[in-house]
Design a protein around this ligand. Structure first.
Ligand code: PHE
Ligand code: ZN
Length: 881
């Protein structure tokens, strides 16, 4: 485990390395307890650097075996090697020399899942961000680009398959049942993109002909026997390769592209050059074991990692402060891909829901940071929703401001200008300024300033003057270390909607630049006047979610209802309905806190019925509209004094009111939507299933709901329906014999399939109510559970702490106590996963006082534990600060 030095890395301290590593040759002799790694590095002193400059290489827990320069072994006085650093104080005076370093590492005992480790006896690596230094001493920073040649030696029976980056460059047998393979990657790359895999794996093979007619061999490697579960991933890969050619003109560049699925992985997947390594959850799928959401995630993540080949690998990051340069941009690209492959309208709503659920609370709490942070203690803790999701929204805004054509021209220039380089956000913004002639300096604040901007908007209409006026005021709330904020450039897409649902024409506008349906907000307060407007329009704001902001709009309920039924922008139409639901839920929350019963108006529950029945809308869209704001969403919108039990009651009461008001219609629609014909994971079929399953959710609140859910469970022919029914049974009909039977049947059927059992753990961890902490505690002893596997930990403990509001936030603090214990237990093995888990308490200050005090105690318990890792200490201290 990396010890905590307390060191803070600062963007302004960046300076180029004194030395470069032009070529890297690695020889691995693999063995579980003692793998030998021989690195031969061609090192060059950078122009203008004094010959006396010491060479300081990064390490992390390394054991040095041997060191030589230009063929001569170094004497002990010539270097200093600690586990974490190798210093050669007087390198040769020649500008170029060869440094040989031999280290010994033990992949078998490596539970951090960083560097070289074993996952179910397969050797694999994870080097982003700073894992390469756990393999050999190196200049382990992304601006050191090197050409790699890798030779892997292993016992043939233990590891018949030997993979690394680039193209295959030879293989053969060695003495004593060993063999070897050589790989050469012609593209200079940073060390974080290095990968090696060795083991016994099954292969799915295919090929792809690129736009210039080159054939690329594709391989997906999985646990032997699971090959047939990789078909969907392979299909998604080929569609991604085609799409990147068509949408961005980007062609694949090596002779082979391989993907390996492993079952122990800290994140979703990793874009190592030519050899992506995936959490098997995002590769393996069929209708029997995966839900529609799993299929969609696989498609998106396969695409994401593939797209990194250009945005991340060919053009990489100068330093880790620039992480969003590759991540935000690549998320934007995978969002666009999914939008093109599926339904754009539905995809956009889903993206915004995710952003609000994960990024908004981050931005509004103690862990807030800019999309491009200026400081960090532990870079692992900056793979955040802000860097990824908000980072993607910032790229989307650039496209909104420039228009599609100029945006594409900017991207072309980016690839042309920076291919083969380690670039910065400034480089990225510059290409768009250059192609468009626009000044993006105010816009750049989106990268530099944390916090979710708010716009307060009010409107007036003067029939006499035929003038419609919007008064818009912006504010950016203070965030840690940034109390004074500067004014931002916010592209606000809007529409003025007439009584017939059509756009209202205006003859002129002043008070702001308005282009292509977008108001450019740049000042604190702007009064935008539209002239020639005879009738008062309803105003639809932030269409398509053009900016990642919050809105406080003074709007009549009539207008809101009207937009929920008629807005021509599908996102805003969804938003209008969602806002009505949220407002009603918040009012009900206050009624409950005041000792009353929540009341919901018929107009709202009837609108839900109309949305459900509207055949002009896609089923997936209707399903999203009918999904009530989540408990955490409601909490976020309330802001402070949160009592999760009251929120839960308010939400259940609204669901019941909607179900009662629409029983007949929901029931017959539910029947009509039943799957006919063979299973397809395509978006239209998935959309029908999601609408039917949300109707199930409502209908099971009514009498005989338990039987309905049990029937849905028994008759399910795919995992989407089966998991939906099991969720309803476990969450709504806890304690019923039907629920007990379904849980037992599911476990009996899938007990040996770890990925499917994750769903079972998830469902059980999500059961609302105070008793669940005991269930979860007991399930940590379940034979299928393991504290060492990140997927298991996230399914059980992660779901409980970040998706079970009433269970986790139990008033007596028992949920928090269990949480603190478990985080510390996970940390002993895997500090990264523990640190991520610990973020579940980031919004503790918005709780009501009793829970707030208990949550703080739990955080202090973690903070005061001995030998805390840098990862966990960083999160806990920032959360408490
Ligand atoms: N770079 C990976 C991705 O986004 C995420 C990752 C980060 C994976 C660090 C492993 C470790 O695509
Ligand atoms: Zn990524």
């Amino acid at each position: 485990m990396r010890t905590d030095t307390g060191h803070v890395f600062r963007l302004e301290d960046y300076r180029p390395s004194d030395y470069l590593i032009l070529e890297t040759s690695l020889v691995f002799r693999l063995s579980p307890e003692a793998t030998r790694v021989t690195a031969t590095l061609t090192i060059e002193r950078r122009d203008g650097v004094a010959a006396s400059a010491p060479l300081v290489l990064d390490g992390d827990g390394l054991t040095l075996v041997r060191i030589a320069i230009d063929g001569r072994e170094l004497q002990p006085a010539e270097f200093l090697a600690t586990p974490d650093q190798l210093t050669i104080s007087q390198p040769p005076s020649a500008p170029r020399f060869q440094l040989l370093i031999e280290t010994e590492i033990a992949p078998a005992g490596n539970e951090t899942l960083m560097g070289l480790y074993r996952s179910s006896s397969v050797y694999c690596t994870q080097c982003e961000a700073e894992g390469f230094r756990r393999i050999t001493y190196f200049l382990d920073r992304p601006d050191i680009l090197s050409v790699y040649t890798v030779r892997i030696e292993a016992k043939l029976d233990e590891a018949p398959l030997l993979l690394s980056n680039g193209n295959p460059a030879g293989s053969g047998d060695l003495a004593d049942g060993w063999h070897y393979a050589v790989w050469h990657d012609p593209f200079p790359k940073p060390s974080y993109l290095f990968a090696l895999v060795a083991g016994a794996l099954g292969k799915v093979a295919d090929s792809f002909v690129t736009m210039s007619g080159r054939t690329v061999e594709l391989g997906i490697f999985v646990e032997p026997g699971k090959e047939r579960l990789a078909g969907y991933a392979m299909d998604a890969l080929k569609r991604s390769m085609r799409w990147d050619e068509e949408a961005f003109g980007r062609e694949y560049d090596l002779e082979v592209f391989n993907i390996v699925a492993v079952s122990d992985f800290n994140m979703g997947a990793m874009e190592n050059k030519g050899l992506n390594i995936f959490n098997d959850k995002y590769v393996l799928a069929d209708e029997e074991t995966a839900t529609d959401a799993d299929f969609a995630n696989i498609e998106a993540i396969i695409a994401h990692e593939y797209f990194h080949n250009w945005t991340g690998n060919r053009i990489t990051c100068r330093d880790w402060f620039q992480l969003c340069l590759k991540e935000g941009l690549t998320v934007f690209r995978d969002h666009e891909f999914s939008a093109d492959q599926r339904s754009r309208a539905v995809k956009r709503i889903a993206e915004v829901r995710t952003l609000r659920a994960h990024q908004f609370p981050e931005d509004q709490g103690p862990l807030a940071h800019p999309v491009r942070p200026r400081r960090y203690r532990e870079i692992n803790n900056f793979y955040t929703a802000t860097v990824y999701e908000k980072g993607s929204e910032v790229v989307r805004m650039i496209r909104t401001i420039l228009g599609t054509d100029a945006f594409r021209a900017g991207m072309d220039l980016y690839f042309e200008r920076h291919d083969g380089e380690a670039a910065t956000i400034e480089d990225f913004l510059k290409v768009f300024e250059d192609v468009s002639g626009r000044d993006l300096s105010q816009f750049a604040l989106w990268y530099h300033q944390a916090g979710t901007p708010n716009l307060t908007v009010s409107s007036t209409h003067s029939p006499a003057a035929r003038e419609f006026t919007l008064e818009i005021e912006q504010s950016v709330p203070p965030t840690p270390a940034e109390s004074r904020k500067r004014l931002m450039h916010i592209p606000l897409a809007f529409g003025l909607v007439g009584a017939d649902g059509r756009p209202v024409a205006y003859s002129g506008v002043d008070g702001a630049t308005v282009e292509d349906g977008v108001i450019h907000i740049r000042k604190r307060r702007q009064v935008v006047r539209f002239s020639g407007v005879a009738e008062r329009p309803a105003v639809s704001l932030n269409r398509g979610f053009s900016a990642p902001i919050t809105l406080s709009v003074e709007q009549k309920a009539d207008d809101q209802f009207f937009l929920a039924g008629h807005d021509s922008d599908s996102f805003s139409r969804w938003q209008a309905f969602n806002t009505l639901l949220t407002d009603a839920l918040i009012a009900a929350f206050r009624q409950i806190l005041g000792g009353g019963e929540p009341v919901y108006i018929a107009r709202l529950t009837e609108l839900a019925g109309r949305v459900a029945a509207d055949e002009a809308l896609e089923p997936a869209y209707r399903a999203l509209a009918l999904a009530l704001p989540g408990e955490a969403d409601i909490a976020r919108d309330i802001g402070k004094g949160i009592d999760p039990d009251a929120i839960f009651s308010a939400r259940e009461a609204l669901a019941l009111a909607i179900a009662k008001a629409n029983e007949q219609a929901f029931s017959s629609l539910y029947d009509r939507l039943a799957d006919k014909g063979p299973f397809s994971p395509d978006a239209a079929s998935a959309g029908r299933r999601s609408l039917r399953n949300i109707l199930l959710d409502y209908l099971t609140l009514l009498p005989e709901g338990t039987e309905l859910a049990a029937r849905h469970f028994r008759s399910a022919t795919n995992m989407t329906d089966r998991a939906a029914a099991l969720t309803v049974l476990a969450h709504r009909h806890r304690g019923s014999p039907e629920t007990a039977k379904a849980l037992a049947d599911f476990e009996a059927k899938y007990g040996s399939d770890a990925l499917v059992m994750d769903k079972w753990f998830q469902i059980r961890a999500g059961v609302p109510g105070p008793q669940t902490v005991e269930t979860v505690r007991a399930l940590t002893k379940h034979a299928g559970f393991s504290m060492a596997n990140p997927n298991r930990v996230r399914s059980l403990v992660g779901t409980f702490s970040s998706a079970n509001q009433t269970g986790f936030h139990r008033r007596d603090g028992e949920g928090y106590r269990f949480f603190a214990e478990t985080v510390l237990e996970v940390e002993k093995r895997n500090p990264q996963v523990a640190a991520r888990l610990a973020t579940a308490l980031r919004s503790w200050r918005s709780l009501e006082p009793v829970r707030q005090a208990k949550a703080r105690e739990a955080l202090l318990t973690i903070a005061s534990a001995e030998n805390l890792s840098a990862d966990l200490r960083d999160i806990v201290e920032r959360t408490l600060a």
